[in-house]
Design a protein around this ligand. Structure first.
Ligand code: FE2
Ligand code: FE2
Length: 179
């Protein structure tokens, strides 16, 4: 596994971990309305900053357009579908934030559940179809260059200490909502 794939695979793990927290929070009927609304607003922040601007940003700006011209129809169609899913995920996250800001738990819950299911499929598609294409079509040297660009995206989107802040928010959900 090259550096760029390894980096994306690690981010997939973190996103999957958060999707699992969403499922557990939604199954827990002991959480107060206030705590749930706070959770959904923090979730929308996590999705916007980490899953979208950082992770999808790396894929869209540094990976897909390198991969697309190297592959055939299969890769091109896969990338069109992956980009569509990013757009859909962005729209669902706007719904999560808007519902939470309006105090509408049931709409926030529905949007977060749709987001969770979409991202499960999306990440699975990337792990099963995109990573093998990268390994087949992109040289290790190209992958190292892509990885350097990834680091720049991370610095720009998460900022100094950004990753630690995100991990702190995730820990907070686990200790305050699910302990
Ligand atoms: Fe993606
Ligand atoms: Fe991804």
């Amino acid at each position: 596994m090259g550096k760029a794939i390894h980096d994306l695979a690690q981010e997939h793990e973190k996103i999957l971990h958060v999707l699992d927290i969403v499922k557990k929070v939604q199954a827990n009927d002991k959480i107060s309305k206030e705590a749930l609304l706070k959770f959904y607003i923090e979730l929308a922040d996590f999705i916007e900053i980490y899953a979208d601007k950082c992770h999808h940003g790396k894929e869209e700006h540094n990976l897909y357009h390198t991969l697309a011209p190297l592959g055939g129809g299969v890769e091109k169609n896969m990338i069109i579908l992956l980009l569509d899913e990013h757009v859909e995920a962005r729209a669902l996250n706007k719904e999560i934030r808007k519902a939470a800001e309006n105090g509408n738990i049931s709409e926030a819950t529905t949007a977060a559940d749709k987001y969770r299911k979409l991202l499960l499929e999306h990440i699975n598609r990337e792990n099963e179809e995109m990573f093998p294409s990268i390994e087949k079509l992109i040289t290790q040297k190209q992958e190292s260059v892509i990885y350097e660009h990834f680091l720049a995206v991370e610095k720009r989107t998460l900022g100094e200490g950004g990753l630690a802040r995100i991990d702190g928010i995730i820990k907070g959900w686990e200790t305050e909502l699910l302990a």
